[in-house]
Ligand binder design. Sequence first.
Ligand code: 15L
Length: 271
Amino acid sequence: MIHRVLITGAAGGIGRRLRLLLRGAYPMIRLSDRVSVGALAPGESEIVADLADTAQVEQAVDGVEGIVHLGGISGEDDWPNILESNIVGTYNLFEAARRHGVKRVVFASSNHAVGFYRRRRRIGTELPVRPDTRYGLSKAFGEGLGALYADKHGLRVLAIRIGNFGDVPIDKRRLSIWIHPEDLAQLVRIGLDHPELRYEIVYGASENERGWWDNAAAFRLGYRPRHRSEDHRDAALEAQAELPPDPVGDLFQGGSFAAMEFTGDPEGRGG
Ligand code: 15L
């Protein structure tokens, strides 16, 4: 049983929601970000830390048993920023976890690790990664790092390829990849608590009838999403009708991320 949990990136959009949803589930939750997370509730503590600074990361992980690693950049950026926040930062986090005997890490990966698969394909977690951005590539790196630390050092790791996090799916693509905050909280708790977890990649998706992902690994671990994207279909499709077509993005699962900086002809590209 995990008692002491660190959440990195706790001041971000996902972090703020998960903080509320995990409240009370673990006796001590330490919240970390580069900025303060604000007033603390009973059972919460805070440490302001920069993931690129090894000494600060060591302090942040000291004494915790589980980590929910949400910290880093959550969209495309230039290489020096991705390198520092998502590659070096995630390495520092896993390395500090090993040194401090942390038992589990739940890693916030992203659908953009596989964003260059075509929308007509249904993909599981055993295909090679097809990152659609430097950001997606950094998430693939984090998944690999998790595998290394699980296999070499016995850390238990769940990498969640989060789709689109929010209260409702906001367009057609998001009907396929949406995850409600409560469903993500359920997956995070599986990552922190499931006795048989060693290393697993799962998709962070609610029950999405139009989904592109085979989430058998999550279901095997007991995941039962409670939210259905089709319940929001009309609003999402209305919102989609207001958007201009995206000749590249509409072909690929990663959408506009795949289209960013794209050069040439999409014919024959992607997986
Ligand atoms: C992500 O990984 C991003 O963090 C988020 O901002 C969304 O853009 C999401 O993917 C998405 O694909 O909709």
